[in-house]
Structures are given as structure tokens and as C-alpha cells.
Design a protein. Structure first.
Length: 391
């Protein structure tokens, strides 16, 4: 039977690669999973007050469909959070979604038509390209220097055509840990405005930074057409509960989108109501669990990067945020980064993700691993990677 041609362009390397590991597990081999960016899988948990808020909501009978745009109190609290980061938003500008994933789908569905081009930071989180392709659009990667977290503005300019409609920013970035500073964000907003582009900015790792203070797009956005994507999966440790949001900056150019996009929210009825109550608690309750989580991650980051850089044939820039390392395979007997990853898996039982899964132009020749496991587990996985590259 027929399937749409567009589905062929959909890939999600982070999970697609798991089938290789499953085959080995079925043969009785033990696998160390360093592929998925899910802190909750590695022992971190939402704090008790947040879990209790979820249970309480269910017990209180909050088990019905929520308003399509989201629970009013939650929209208010989200608007406050984003306003504090500098964005010009109020509760009416917030749309609660089933994770950023759904928000991104809604945004791309609302703006992309056949052959429209969307600029993505190279390398990028894979769904950005998939959702663009699903709507008939063309993802175009622009260069970002991983070592000093700087976007190449000239490269962006050279890639803008009459078909370009939007630029996507992800800061901190998955897979590189690049965090844009205020100047970089300002340069990006300027080039977008000069060319009449939507600015889609993903700040899901906004509080997971290690070296310098995080600066949000709101700080430099003014009244530019910024569509912010954020959620509760990473900072708030609620991956499995699937909650995120879209925030529309106060910009006259966003009016048509603001009128139309919420129809998609109504078509899918609503997000999970008890989880929205828990998310409200996660924003309003004690916040110290976040700094504990980030300090713990910093120790793991420092260990992972130090060790990777001491291994023959690998070099790794220092991720300034998020929880991924993205080493470059300087020399290898394997033809592609995917061969490297499959061979590492087969010979040492360590599952990572091939860099080309994050965009072939800038991701190829790398692999991604998460530094989420506890120190002992992480160290033992790094031992195995070291044995592998030393062979
Ligand atoms: C940059 C980025 N955006 C969005 C997501 C997914 O977000 P959500 O769980 O809210 O759908 C991820 C998950 O890895 C991510 O790295």
C-alpha cells in the first residue's frame, strides 16, 4: 500500500540506532546506553513535591480534558518565567504542548510549504529537519564554531535565498553543548530581521549551563518575530510526562501565525491535565533540585571531556550546556561515523549516536554520547571507548 514520499525524509538517529543494540541484547550481550538524553533514565527524578502534585491532581478529579491552550494558571507561570528571561510575553502568548516535539510540529506545519527553506544550526537536533521535510520544506544547515560557540553570520547570509522563511536556534545546543552569548544572539536576530525570517528558538536546556550565565533570546528580541520553544523534560526532569510550550513574542509580524496555529492545538484537544498541575508546582515550588542536578552534571562533563580528549584519534570541544559530548573522530579505520558507532557497539557494547544523524554537513565524522550516567558507570563506558579507539 502507498505511503507518503515525505515520510521517507523522517529520521531520528538517537532512537533508530537502538534496534542495533536490541539485536545484541537478544543474544545476551550487556549494553551500556549512552544514546538517549533522558536524565530520568539515569537516576535523576522530579522532586517529591512535583510527584505529589501529579498524584494530588488525579485524586482531586482533575482527569478531564484541559483547555486546548493549556491550564490558565500554568500559562501564567510560564509567561512569568519567560518574561523574567527577557521575552515580551503574557499568559495569552503561551500555548501548552505535548513536549517541544509537538510544539515544533505545530510551528513547522503552520509556516512551511513546498520547497520553503529553513536554516538550522549545524549540527542540529534531528526533529528540526524531519518536521521541515514532512511539510515539503528543505532544511539548510549553517555553520557554528563548536569551540567558541559562535554562529557564522557570513555563512548564514550566503545561504539565505528567496525561499528562506525561518532560522532555528537551539541554545544550549543538542548535540554540541554550544551556548550562544548575547552578542551571538543579537547578530542572529539582526540577520533574521534584515531578511524577514521567523526566529524559532529552542531553550529546553536553559538552566543547564556550566561555565557562564545563560542569556535567552528574549534579552535581544525586541519586537522581532520570535517563537520560543521550551518545556519541562530536561531542566524539570519530566521527560516521560511530555509537557512543553510555545511562547509567541510580542511582535506584530506574528499575528497571522497566532491566529492560525492554535487551531492545531484545538484539533488535538489538549495536553495531559494532571501533568500540567505538576508542571505548575515544578515552576512554583523549591528550585534547589535544579542546581544540584546541574552541579552533578558538571562533574560528569568535566570527567567525560578530559578523558575523551586524552584518547588517541578523538578530540572534543567543551560543551557549555546540556548533557552531551560530541567528539570528532580525527582518524579511524572506519569509513563513516555510523560504522564507527556500530563497531563500538558490537565490540564493546557501548551505544552512542553517529554524528551524521544530526546533519550530514557538520555532524559527520563525530559521534554523540550523553554524560548522564553516574561517575562509576560513565568511567567504565569511557574505559571501553578508550580500549576501542586504542585498538
Ligand atoms: C534541543 C531539543 N529540543 C527538544 C527536545 C525534545 O523535547 P520534548 O521532550 O519537550 O519533546 C530535545 C530532546 O532531546 C532536545 O534536545
Amino acid at each position: 500500500m502507498k505511503v507518503s514520499k515525505k515520510i521517507a525524509g523522517v529520521e531520528y538517529a538517537i532512537r533508530d540506532i537502538v534496534s542495533e543494540a536490541t539485536k545484541l541484547e537478544q543474544q545476551g550481550k550487556k549494553i551500556q546506553y549512552l544514546n538517549i538524553g533522558d536524565p530520568v533514565k539515569y537516576g535523576f527524578q522530579p522532586p517529591d513535591n512535583v510527584k505529589e502534585a501529579l498524584i494530588k491532581a488525579i485524586q482531586n478529579g482533575e482527569n478531564y480534558y484541559a483547555p486546548s491552550e493549556g491550564l490558565p494558571e500554568l500559562r501564567e507561570a510560564i509567561a512569568q518565567k519567560e518574561h523574567n528571561k527577557g521575552l515580551s510575553v503574557s499568559a495569552d502568548d503561551i500555548l501548552v504542548t505535548n513536549g517541544i516535539s509537538e510544539g515544533l510540529d505545530m510551528v513547522m506545519s503552520s509556516i512551511v510549504e513546498e520547497r520553503d527553506e529553513v536554516l538550522l544550526p549545524g549540527p542540529y537536533y534531528p526533529p528540526y529537519a524531519s518536521y521541515v521535510r514532512l511539510r515539503g520544506g528543505v532544511p539548510v544547515e549553517f555553520e557554528v564554531d563548536m569551540n567558541n560557540s559562535t554562529p557564522d553570520i557570513d555563512d548564514i547570509r550566503s545561504k539565505i535565498t528567496s525561499k528562506t522563511i525561518a532560522i532555528c536556534l537551539i541554545s544550549p545546543n543538542n548535540p554540541t553543548g554550544v551556548v550562544f552569548n548575547e552578542k551571538a544572539l543579537k547578530d542572529l536576530v539582526d540577520v533574521a530581521n534584515e531578511n524577514n525570517l521567523y526566529i524559532i528558538c529552542d531553550e529546553i536546556y536553559d538552566q543547564i549551563v556550566f561555565d557562564e550565565k545563560f542569556v535567552g533570546i528574549g534579552k535581544v528580541a525586541g519586537n522581532s518575530p520570535v517563537i520560543l520553544l521550551n518545556g519541562f523534560s530536561k531542566v524539570n526532569l519530566m521527560t516521560g510526562w511530555r509537557l512543553g510550550y510555545i511562547a509567541f513574542n510580542n511582535s506584530p509580524e506574528l499575528e497571522p501565525l497566532r491566529e492560525n496555529l492554535p487551531k492545531l492545538a484545538r484539533v488535538r484537544i489538549s495536553t495531559n491535565l494532571p501533568v500540567q498541575h505538576a508542571a505548575l508546582e515544578s515552576l512554583q515550588g523549591p528550585q534547589d533540585y535544579i542546581s544540584k542536578f546541574v552541579s552533578e552534571l558538571k562533574i560528569r562533563r568535566d570527567l567525560a571531556i578530559k578523558r575523551l580528549n586524552s584518547m588517541p584519534g578523538l578530540s572534543c570541544s567543551n560543551p557549555r550546556g546540556a548533557f552531551y559530548a560530541f567528539p570528532k573522530i580525527e582518524q579511524s579505520k572506519f569509513d563513516t561515523d555510523k560504522d564507527f558507532v556500530i563497531n563500538l557497539l558490537n565490540s564493546k557494547g557501548v551505544l552512542t549516536v553517529h554524528g551524521s544523524g544530526f546533519g550530514t554537513q557538520y555532524g559527520s565524522g563525530h559521534f554523540r554520547l550523553v554524560f548522564l550516567p553516574d561517575i562509576k558507570t560513565l568511567d567504565s563506558a569511557l574505559d571501553k571507548i578508550e580500549e576501542f579507539v586504542s585498538q
